[in-house]
Design a protein around this ligand. Structure first.
Ligand code: NAD
Ligand code: WQD
Length: 360
């Protein structure tokens, strides 16, 4: 009969047109022998789409690279009706939830917008998932939930939610608490909350990468814009921290390693008996200072990065890096790309696309 439609199991990726989401979509489709359907919902608040096109640039490029089709919906996750339509069209097996606003400084100016997008959006998504009997989700959390570290490296048992300075950071922490309660309420739920440290780098092809609108807030995209001549000099926020050279130390992780971590995480969903809420760090376990990052980028790109030391940025911590033992044990995952790879891949993306996706 003509009204019977056979649907392949799908992975729904919210925010899949963004930086980490697009690299994860690529990783899902690049794995050999995978016959999975990838469905992306994104409201394009922080992703680029050329005029007159249906799909965002990153999604079109991944389709070209992999020869596979990606289903794309220009949908806001706060719009329950629009989300329901997507769940009706596809047999969603699990969700990877990236969609959120993520600028720490902006969140202080616009707390309501951040809580609406990040918390109301997440609750709406869970509500629609439940209505369609979908109980498996991978969440984009952040090392920011740990606040100021009491000890290093940061293990998953470190307290969360203490002294968080920004509405952004709080929204990630609140979402984790909400998801814990949801998992406690019904054993059908499985949620893996991946706490990313500092994602950097780009796809090895140099065709997809990070494309911040305006002046970048984060270190690596800022350095890349200086190297390509779009910005004059880097301001180093503080050189009086108790670190190797006085500048802030972070655990930078290549976005392709991060993407692989998501692919490993969704594999856990097929293990019998796997359920409940699990938080897992994704980092390398090694920290580098701002000046070490500058030096590594200069070496790889052959470009000089002029910089000036200025005062500390409000809310910044001296140092953090991850305890990565749980990710090894639980996901069978570890970061394999080096600092050199992170710089080389960022540089390939930025020099090929000096104005990001607008250049393509
Ligand atoms: P991004 O801004 O590049 O990607 C987020 C995507 O979600 C964008 O494409 C945006 O258009 C979309 N989006 C935002 N609000 C939406 C809404 N209401 N409905 C539908 N789509 C919406 O950011 P990213 O760096 O790829 O981050 C992805 C996730 O990872 C976020 O949840 C972020 O909080 C988390 N995270 C990021 C970092 C980082 O440094 N990049 C670190 C830790 C955690
Ligand atoms: C790294 C280091 C800065 C810019 C942020 C969020 C965190 C998580 C990851 C989402 C720090 C220094 C930076 C510049 C500088 N995101 N710096 N000059 O602050 O560690 O983490 O992204 O969840 O929640 O807070 O990353 O890249 O902004 O800074 O000197 O122009 O570089 O002081 O030491 P951060 P970042």
């Amino acid at each position: 009969p003509e009204n019977i439609v056979i649907m392949k199991p799908a992975i729904l990726v919210t925010g899949g047109a963004g930086y980490v989401g697009s690299h994860t979509v690529a990783a899902l489709l690049e794995k050999p022998n995978t016959d999975v359907e990838v469905v992306v919902v994104d409201n394009l608040s922080n992703a680029y789409r050329s005029e007159g096109q249906k799909k965002p640039e990153a999604i079109k490029i991944i389709e070209e690279m992999t020869g596979k089709t990606i289903h794309f919906y220009d949908v806001d996750i706060r719009d329950a009706n629009a989300l329901r339509e997507v769940f009706e069209k596809h047999d969603v097996a699990c969700v990877i939830h990236f969609a959120a606003l993520k600028a720490v400084g902006e969140s202080v100016q616009k707390p309501l917008e951040y809580y609406q997008a990040n918390i109301t959006g997440t609750c709406t998504l869970f509500d629609v998932m439940r209505a369609f009997g979908v109980y498996k989700l991978v969440y984009s959390s952040s090392c920011t939930v740990y606040g100021e570290p009491e000890s290093l490296p940061l293990g998953e048992g470190h307290p969360t939610g203490r002294g968080l300075a920004s509405p952004y950071g709080k929204s990630k922490y609140f979402c984790e608490e909400i998801m814990k309660d949801i998992c406690r309420s019904d054993r059908k739920w499985s949620v893996i909350s991946l706490r990313y440290f500092n994602p950097v780098g780009a796809h090895r092809s140099g065709r997809i990468g990070e494309d911040p609108a305006g002046v970048p807030n984060n270190l690596m995209p800022f350095i890349a814009k200086v190297a390509v001549g779009r910005l004059k000099e880097l301001q180093v926020f503080g050189a009086d921290y108790p670190t190797i050279d006085g500048t802030g130390v972070r655990d930078y992780i290549h976005v392709e390693d991060l993407a692989d971590g998501h692919v490993k995480a969704i594999k856990l969903f097929s293990q019998t008996g796997f359920n409940g809420f699990h938080a897992v760090n994704l980092g390398t376990g090694t920290g580098y200072s701002v000046l070490q990052m500058v030096k590594a980028f200069e070496e790889v790109s052959g470009k000089k990065i002029p910089y000036k030391i200025v005062g500390r940025r409000e809310g910044d911590i001296a140092a953090n890096y991850a305890d990565v033992s749980l990710s090894h044990r639980m996901l069978g995952w570890r970061a394999t790309r080096t600092l050199r790879d992170m710089c080389a891949d960022t540089w390939r993306w930025q020099s090929n696309n000096p104005d990001g996706y607008k250049s393509t």
